[in-house]
Design a protein around this ligand. Structure first.
Ligand code: C2E
Ligand code: CA
Ligand code: CA
Length: 685
């Protein structure tokens, strides 16, 4: 993955991460503030009700005791004055009133004792004692008076009754005064509390309002953030991460929309499919950083050339498309295609390096070449394919293309039918452990049983399928067939890991992991028995998306193998971050390693490098015992090639497997010598 291909998304992700963090921090702080305010409001409510309640209760109690004391004080005063009256006028009625008043003194003191606290009870006890003394004294005083002992009576009055009643009066009156004062204080406290609560209530109410406002603002903020997030996800799903241009999805949407509005107005929609020629060479020579930058500049240049309302999209890899919203004729669309092609011919400057690219453009027009987005896209693809294959620069789709175009294009209609009729078959080529000679797996390689042409090999139709969107259904069929075979072998008690090849386009298909998962499920196959082979070039056409997809596949438990390793451009650092478990050394090195020491060196370096990264090393294209010996010496793990067997139909593969002698001795592999002698350098297949 280059810095460039990651640059924009990484920056965007970082910026969005920062915003997320900011929003999260703010939300966190706001949350704490809300909790504090909420606690304060609740505490206030509890305090104000409790404090006023307690204060009111204390005020009531204080005034009750104060009343009790006041009644007692009044009774004591009345008692004394009645006692004096009786001395002046000793009538029976006065005596009776005195007795009643005396019992009033007792009962009011009893009320004080009931309502008061410990201090009051002590006081009542003392006063009651003195009250009894007083009553006893006046009883004796009255008796002395009755008998005419005036001096005795006066002595009792002065020496006993007076001091007792004075003491009682003092004690009760002062307690009454104190209690009255306390009652007033408690009342004052209560009034003060009520005033405070009254003053604070609007403040608390305001705080509550603010709280509601804060909550509303936070929820609003979250909603806004969600909307932004949703808009960003929607934008990302319809735009290319590298160039920021619309992607295939958005192009198809816009195309469908334009086609719908075509009919009433009578205008026509043109579609140009642009593929850069020899872009792979630039990528391989200068590295992906330069490739990425070049693609970005190509996008910018195309966008600058088209009219307002037209749309430039990047479909993946080095493929672009231009949607022309209003063109009069195929001729006009082709003329615009030519202008765009010329615009791309001006040299690009990428970090001090001058890069020249050429492009092949396929042209289609609505009405003329199709009425729906799928047909138009497919035909633009074919037209572009012809432009490239015949070096035409620009080519407008021609319905008679099958007669004029190369044989490969002629195959297209047949291939579609082959997919419908199930004419594709899988051959299996064994993968052998170099040390033990044991069979460790098989690679599934697709062949087409053509009704007239016989067996057609993948090199002839896979590129065609890749260019016409047929690779999706083709891969789905291959996967289903391979999984069904894995299941058959497992059921027969001879389980075997099978590798299936994926194309670059498959790695951009976000539905692939789901498809693989459901196929595994449908066939009841353990994910560990399936391996997927992808070339480094396929990963590098759109590294971010491809690696995300590979991650999803590995999470299903499927092993990923890097095919044709060494032929493309992958750095050690990149390899380290890829979710792969196997490297397959490209057969161009393996097939020549015994003659070409530099290729032998490359093979050896790849083996060392792969082992350092903990990967399994597979050499493909092993044709000779010499190559196998050299690979064994380098420590390579697995070999695949004509030396063991060509790719075989299932029955032949099973027979080969059954015939295979068990490994005799270490170091000498059971090799089918007959196969070795029949090998020629040119693939005879
Ligand atoms: P590949 O994945 O590199 O497959 C290995 C190719 O090398 C096969 O060619 C195989 O027959 C050939 N081969 C194996 N051992 C030797 C050897 O010792 N010497 C030589 N000279 N060749 C050997 P095949 O079957 O013609 O496949 C060609 C390519 O087509 C494959 O290359 C793969 O990229 C692609 N392909 C095959 N099947 C599928 C498929 O189901 N899906 C996709 N997307 N691509 C496929
Ligand atoms: Ca392969
Ligand atoms: Ca290969």
């Amino acid at each position: 993955m280059t810095a460039n291909s990651l640059g924009r998304p990484a920056r965007a992700a970082r910026a969005s991460g920062d915003t997320d963090l900011l929003v999260a921090t703010r939300s966190g702080r706001a949350g704490v503030c809300i909790v504090v305010v909420l606690l304060a409001v609740s505490a206030f409510a509890v305090w104000s009700s409790q404090a006023t309640g307690i204060a009111a209760e204390r005020a009531v109690r204080a005034s009750t005791i104060s009343d009790d004391y006041a009644r007692a004080a009044m009774a004591v005063i009345e008692e004394e004055s009645l006692a004096r009256l009786y001395q002046l006028e000793p009538a029976h009625a006065v005596r009776e009133r005195l007795d009643t008043t005396a019992s009033n003194v007792f009962s009011s003191l009893a009320e004080v004792r009931r309502d008061g606290d410990a201090g009051d009870r002590r006081l009542v006890k003392r006063v009651l004692g003195r009250q009894r003394d007083y009553l006893d004294a006046i009883d004796r005083q009255f008796a002395a008076s009755d008998r005419g002992y005036t001096a005795t009576a006066a002595a009792i009055d002065l020496g006993e009754a007076d001091p007792a009643i004075d003491e009682i009066q003092d004690a009760v009156a002062s307690a009454a005064r104190d209690q009255h004062k306390t009652a007033l204080l408690e009342l004052e406290h209560l009034r003060h509390l009520e005033a405070t609560a009254r003053r604070l209530t609007p403040v608390v109410f305001l705080a509550g309002l603010l709280l509601v406002a804060a909550l509303a603002s936070i929820t609003g903020g979250h909603r806004r953030q969600l909307n932004v997030e949703r808009a960003r996800t929607l934008h990302d799903s319809r735009h290319d991460t590298l160039t920021g241009l619309p992607n295939r999805t958005l192009l198809a949407e816009r195309l469908t929309h334009e086609l719908r509005s075509d009919a009433p107005v009578g205008s026509r929609t043109g579609l140009l499919l642009i593929d850069l020629d020899r872009f792979k060479e630039i990528n391989d020579t200068f590295g992906h950083h330069y490739g990425d930058e070049l693609l970005t500049q190509v996008g910018t240049r195309l966008a600058a050339e088209v009219c307002d309302g037209d749309l430039v999209a990047r479909l993946g890899g080095d493929e672009f498309a231009v949607l022309l919203t209003d063109v009069g004729s195929v001729h006009e669309a082709s003329r615009i295609a030519g202008t765009l092609r010329t615009a791309l011919e001006t040299t690009f400057h990428v970090e001090g390096v001058d890069l020249d690219v050429e492009a092949s453009v396929g042209v289609v027009l609505s009405g003329e070449h199709g009425d729906d987005a799928t047909t138009l896209l497919q035909r633009a693809d074919i037209a572009m394919y012809v432009a490239k294959a015949q070096n035409l620069g620009v080519f407008a789709y021609d319905p008679a293309i099958d007669e004029h175009s190369p044989a490969k294009v002629a195959l297209l209609g047949d291939l579609r039918r082959a997919l419908d009729h199930g004419d594709l078959v899988l051959h299996y080529q064994p993968k052998v452990d170099i040390i033990t000679g044991g069979l460790v797996g098989a690679e599934a390689l697709v062949r087409w049983k053509h009704p007239e042409r016989g067996l057609v090999f993948p090199d002839e139709f896979i590129p065609l399928a890749e260019h016409t969107g047929l690779i999706g259904p083709l891969t789905a069929q291959v996967l289903a067939a391979a999984l069904s075979q894995i299941r058959t072998w497992s059921d027969a008690g001879t389980p075997l890991t099978v590798s299936v090849n994926l194309s670059a386009r498959n790695l951009l298909d976000e539905a692939l992991p789901g498809l693989v998962a459901s196929l595994l499920d449908a066939h009841g196959v353990a994910p560990g028995l399936l391996e997927l082979e992808v070339t480094e070039t396929a990963i590098m056409t759109e590294p971010v998306r491809a690696l995300r997809l590979l991650d999803q596949l590995t999470r299903l438990g499927i092993r990923i193998s890097i095919d044709d390793f060494g032929a493309g451009y992958t750095s050690l650092g990149q390899l380290k971050t890829m979710p792969v478990s196997e490297l397959k050394i490209d057969r161009s090195f393996v097939m020549t390693m015994t003659e070409d020491p530099s290729n032998a060196l490359i093979v050896r370096s790849i083996v060392d490098l792969g082992h350092n990264l903990g990967l399994t090393l597979v050499a493909e294209g092993v044709e000779t015992a010499g190559a196998l010996d050299a690979l064994a010496a380098f420590g390579c793990d697995v070999a695949q090639g004509y030396l063991f067997s060509r790719p075989l139909p299932v029955a032949a593969f099973d027979a080969w497997r059954a015939d295979r002698r068990p490994p005799a001795t270490a170091g000498r592999l059971p090799v089918q010598r007959a196969a070795v002698t029949s090998i020629t350098k040119n693939r005879t297949r």
